[in-house]
Design a protein around this ligand. Structure first.
Ligand code: TYC
Length: 126
């Protein structure tokens, strides 16, 4: 992502300032002088991990459905991630730009709530 610096105002005598004795005087009269400098600074878009947390009540099958539905995992991958979370307490579902990560967290939490499961999902800077 390229973030240009704000253009820098260098010289701008007042319009109609014909008086050479004031500030900016001596430059021949009333021209407007505007110079801009733009510097490109490269910046990586920040990425966020979407984390799934273990709990004692959400059925394993439901977690697998979530991983398939919202993170596009196949059966094998979803089962591995679910078992990892079950055994370690937390696992990564994917890494995304902030707005996408936030949307995934909301989708998972809404879906879990609708199905009355306490499944928790959160995000963390990658
Ligand atoms: N621990 C749950 C059980 O034994 C399964 C589970 C796995 C729940 C992963 C949440 O993110 C989770 N039914």
């Amino acid at each position: 992502m390229i973030v240009p610096f704000a253009p820098m105002l260098v010289l701008s005598p007042r319009s109609g300032d014909d008086d050479d004795s004031g500030p900016g005087g001596g430059n021949g009269g009333s021209q407007i002088g505007l110079a801009t400098k733009t510097r490109a600074k490269s910046q990586k878009p920040s990425q966020f991990k979407v984390l799934m947390l273990n709990d004692d009540y959400t059925p394993m099958e439901f977690v697998v459905i979530v991983l398939k539905r919202f993170f596009h995992m196949d059966m094998d991958q979803a089962t591995r991630v679910m078992l990892h979370v079950h055994q370690k307490g937390v696992g990564v579902c994917g890494i995304f730009p902030y707005e996408i990560a936030e949307t995934k967290v909301n989708q998972v939490m809404d879906f879990a709530r609708q199905n009355q499961h306490p499944l928790q999902c959160t995000l963390e800077k990658a």
